[in-house]
Design a protein around this ligand. Structure first.
Ligand code: NAD
Length: 493
């Protein structure tokens, strides 16, 4: 499997490739090309060549294509979900959920004419008018992580394309096929050649996106160290960069909370997608006397989660690679050595799937303290750590001292406490009795602190802002202009 340029497959010439595995069987299913500098330049330059004509394509024509893409995606999203499950491992229903959340951004981008409207001031000075416009940037790079092979790219490319940019998407080498499927769909929807391209690869491809003169902006999503590198390198090269990083998301459970609702939420948000979500809850903060009862309820539910092949109707799939499974398991080993209580041990899982799948079951660790590595690190697996605190203030202090600030949630029936929490917490996305507060497409997605480098969040009006530049025009016209006679009903072309 290779790249996608000018609406067709491009094998590249690097001679480098990586194995792609099905995490539920452990089998290598295909190889993906890893671009070298020449391959990367070929893809970027095709996108640059397509830009002038796409920029000048009318809003009516651009949005007609985005609408067609939305219709095709809606009809065929099961195919895309199957691809995601085969390379990521998440269960099919979850893969379909990911596609649906991405589709929301496509629907948002269908409204781009409204979002690009500028302001107009008549007679700012005598016979002088002033208006503003937002114009596309040029080639934009989108660099994606393995855990949302469709949704994360769709946070960016629908808005970028609708706004008149051309795109080079660099998927994760662990889950590279979804991007090619989406590229073929764009071609079918009538997107001109070179507007949406896929560059498969690793650091070499990323570095070319960060340094090539034609690339004007980069949207990155991945781990914090790479996000920091991408932000520093891209901005040093004069590019606009938004780099979304890792996370450690806390859910606070106050003493007045509905503990059944909270326990359901912890299990759903901790173990959905095997915890491989940047918005997964990984730290449960039990306030006051609720801890024992809450842990019991979480553990009862965690033991009922069926782990197995994502195509078999299970609740939770495997981890993405054997190495990642082993790394996550090593945090459980360490927590045990550190003196935490292992309430549910996922290392003992019996999975409904291939013998060589990358399995690890739901794990609940109680009496975790802030110095333990299962708390300090982003584990990115099905592991819930429970921390016990005495007060709301202690819970808040814990979250605000954490270097990450992606998502958080509070469970309570006290509106005043919830209000105080969302006001005081230093986190970008907050849920109130909602465990995974991923904003809808017309709001913007993004964390604070080490969870986002740059100042612009994804999609919503911030996404439109990121993929466009403002221009203000001051004009003076003294004589009327003449357009000739045409009595036909005006139409958009
Ligand atoms: P990753 O950082 O390993 O990889 C992300 C992308 O960067 C991939 O395309 C990869 O090929 C590339 N890359 C990897 N190493 C690189 C290097 N040294 N130089 C340049 N490019 C490099 O992340 P991942 O393991 O694919 O994804 C999981 C991480 O992504 C987690 O930390 C998770 O929290 C984070 N994530 C964050 C969000 C968010 O919105 N904040 C969303 C999804 C995932």
């Amino acid at each position: 499997m290779g790249h996608w340029v000018n609406n067709k497959a491009f094998p590249g010439t690097s001679g480098r490739a990586a194995a792609v595995t099905n995490p539920a069987t452990g089998a290598v299913t295909r190889e993906v090309a890893l671009a070298d500098v020449a391959d990367s330049r070929a893809v970027i330059e095709a996108a640059a060549a397509a830009f002038p004509a796409w920029r000048d394509t009318s809003l009516a024509k651009r949005t007609a294509i985005v609408f067609r893409f939305r219709e095709l995606l809606n009809q065929r999203k099961n195919e895309l979900a199957e691809i995601i499950t085969s390379e990521h491992g998440k269960v099919l229903s979850d893969a379909l959920g990911e596609v649906t959340r991405g589709q929301e951004v496509v629907e948002f981008a269908c409204g781009i004419p409204h979002l690009l409207k500028g302001d107009f001031s008549e007679n700012a000075s005598t016979a002088v008018d002033v208006h503003s416009a937002r114009q596309p940037l040029g080639v934009v790079g989108v660099i994606a992580p393995f855990n949302f092979p469709a949704m994360v790219p769709m946070w960016f490319f629908p808005v970028a394309i609708a706004a008149g940019n051309t795109v080079v998407l660099k998927p994760s080498e662990k889950a590279p096929s979804a991007a090619l499927w989406l590229a073929a769909l764009w071609a079918e929807a009538g997107l001109p050649a070179g507007v949406f391209n896929v560059l498969q690869g690793d650091k070499t491809a990323v570095d070319e996106l960060l340094s090539h003169r034609a690339v004007k902006a980069v949207s990155f999503v991945g781990s914090t160290p790479v996000a920091q590198y991408v932000y520093a390198t891209g901005t040093a090269n004069g590019k606009r960069v938004q780099a979304l990083g890792g996370a450690k998301n806390h859910a606070v459970v106050l003493p007045d909370a509905d503990l059944d609702l909270a326990a359901d939420a912890m299990v759903n948000a901790g173990f959905g997608s095997a915890g491989e979500r940047c918005m997964a809850i990984s730290a449960v903060v039990a306030v006051g006397a609720v801890a024992d009862e809450l842990v019991t309820k979480i553990a009862e539910r965690a033991r009922t989660v069926r782990t197995g092949d994502g195509t078999r109707g299970c609740d939770m799939g495997p981890l993405v690679t054997a190495a990642h499974r082993d790394r996550v398991a090593s945090y459980i080993d360490q927590a045990e050595q550190d003196g935490a209580s292992l309430v549910v041990d996922g290392r003992e899982v019996r999975a409904d799937g291939g013998r060589d799948g990358f399995w690890l079951g739901p794990t609940v660790i109680d009496h975790v303290t802030t110095d333990m590595s299962c708390y300090t690190d982003e584990i990115f697996g099905p592991v819930l750590s429970v921390l016990r605190v005495d007060s709301y203030d202690e819970a808040l202090e814990l979250i605000n001292s954490n270097p990450y600030g992606n998502g958080t949630a509070i469970f309570t029936n006290d509106g005043g406490a919830a209000r105080r929490f969302y006001n005081e917490v230093e986190v970008g996305m907050v849920g109130i009795n909602v465990p995974i507060p991923v904003p809808v497409a017309y709001y913007s997605f993004g964390g604070w602190k080490n969870s986002l480098f740059g100042d612009t969040h994804a999609h919503g009006t911030e996404g439109v802002h990121f993929f466009t530049r403002g221009k203000v025009v001051t004009s003076r016209w003294r004589a009327p202009s003449h357009g000739g006679l045409n009595l036909g009903f005006p139409q958009t072309v």
